[in-house]
Design a protein around this ligand. Structure first.
Ligand code: ADP
Length: 411
């Protein structure tokens, strides 16, 4: 089964076209600057060099039309006919409490997705735009929504309830949801496989360190706590997001700087984190580079970043009652031996020690263990593969829906 996996943002769409039975990526790419001047599509077929085209792509419909034209292109494509796209799997950021698992998209689901916009106003509208565009361009092709939040839906109430009046949870759904679900799911299962042990018996801590960053405590394959909360703003320090902070700070800054709600939101999401502390950049490569040159603000941002990861490792080891495996993934987790090393400093009391030689060798090219011989806890660097999880989920949901239909016909 060949599945188009889409991750639709406000002005960008990341895509992969996957032969899910072979777990093989036939082509992948990204459209950026949708709705702006000079939109760009970068497309990489599995067996030929990358191509870049630019042109006018005013909205998600035009962008997805260009993606499909690329898949069909005699020079750069991988299919001959549109009908070879058997399904579309969408990354949808927020599924609220209504969707603890992936769903086949129909009118009723769309209605609930729209009601989730208030929970994720920065993300869900664009995901919905992508779904509507596919409905138009690929009429009749089944579409599945795979939620960032779903993997964390089995957290116990004491992990997801905040210390505010309970009525606000009931009234507005204010609780911890957690994000990056497909990534935490993928790397925890991959690590269990590498350990040759059933995931049901393992206690794991996963660190997804990309531009957005979150950690999860995973017991027996179930996420029992995670660092992102009601929105993807809570928890670790991120590229431009603050992560944890005293909520009174926000009220204080809003009063002192006379900020509107919108301005406060922008401050916390776009001008904080590594960017905010360093005043240089939200990109970890820049921060490491500047810190190495002796910039003390970059060094401070780096120190806060790793200190917070270490703090969460300690907290989650307590939550889990021990830890069998610690896993690093995503852009920073896969590529920065420095961040992995600094985040694991002084954790010998947990039986966790990194082998620096192995750590230096690890990269986004392959999954590997990086703990020292005498470390009781395994430490992994594993390239994430959220798109594969979305493709596999899409296939599963479609298959289940077909079986259900068959059963109903038989009745
Ligand atoms: P996104 O959340 O947008 O998917 P990624 O997972 O691609 O983000 O991660 C982007 C981050 O990874 C950036 O901060 C980038 O600087 C960082 N990164 C990529 N390569 C390296 C590297 N070799 N060393 C340190 N950081 C890196």
């Amino acid at each position: 089964m060949k599945i188009l996996v889409l991750n639709c943002g406000s002005s960008s769409i990341k895509y992969q076209f996957i032969d899910v039975d072979k777990c093989y990526v036939l082509s992948k790419g990204m459209v950026s600057r949708i709705g702006m001047s000079g939109a760009v599509l970068v497309h990489k077929p599995h067996d030929r060099p990358e191509v870049t085209i630019s042109g006018e792509m005013l909205d998600h419909i035009q962008a997805i039309e260009h993606v499909i034209a690329m898949l069909l292109s005699p020079n750069h494509g991988v299919i001959r006919d549109k009908s070879e796209i058997e399904a579309v799997g969408h990354r949808v950021v927020h599924g609220g409490e209504r969707f603890p698992h992936s769903v086949l998209i129909d009118q009723e689901v769309m209605q609930v997705l729209r009601s989730c916009i208030q929970l994720a106003p920065l993300h869900n509208p664009h995901n919905i735009r992508g779904i509507n565009a596919c409905k138009q361009i690929l009429a009749g092709v089944p579409q599945v929504a795979v939620f960032d939040t779903a993997f964390h839906q089995k957290m116990p109430p004491y992990a997801y309830i905040y210390g505010i009046p309970y009525v606000l949870y009931k009234r507005y759904g204010i609780r911890r949801y957690g994000f990056h679900g497909p990534s935490h799911f993928y790397v925890s299962h991959r690590a269990a496989k590498m350990m040759n042990r059933p995931i049901e018996r393992l206690k794991m801590i996963t660190c997804h360190l990309g531009n957005g960053a979150s950690m999860a405590a995973i017991k027996g394959g179930i996420s029992v706590d995670t660092s992102m909360g009601f929105t993807p703003l809570e928890g670790l320090l991120m590229g431009t997001r603050s992560g944890d902070l005293d909520p009174a700070i926000i009220l204080h800054i809003m009063a002192r700087e006379e900020l509107s709600l919108h301005e406060a939101n922008t401050l916390l999401n776009k001008h904080s984190g590594l960017q905010g502390i360093s005043g240089i950049s939200g990109d970890m490569r820049d921060i490491i580079g500047e810190a190495q040159k002796g910039n003390s603000f970059a060094q401070l941002a780096l120190d806060v970043y790793c200190y917070r990861i270490r703090k969460y490792i300690g907290a989650y080891a307590a939550v889990l009652g021990g830890v069998d495996a610690l896993i690093f993934t995503a852009g920073i987790g896969e590529n920065s031996s420095l961040i992995r090393k600094k985040s694991c400093e002084n954790l010998e009391f947990l039986g966790l020690k990194i082998d620096e030689q192995k750590n230096q060798k690890a990269s986004s090219k392959q999954a590997m263990e990086i703990q020292s011989e005498d470390s009781k806890t395994k430490v992994f660097c594993i390239p994430t593969n959220e798109e594969l999880v979305i493709a596999l989920e899409t296939k599963r949901v479609i298959r289940e829906a077909k079986e259900k239909q068959k059963m109903l016909k038989g009745v």
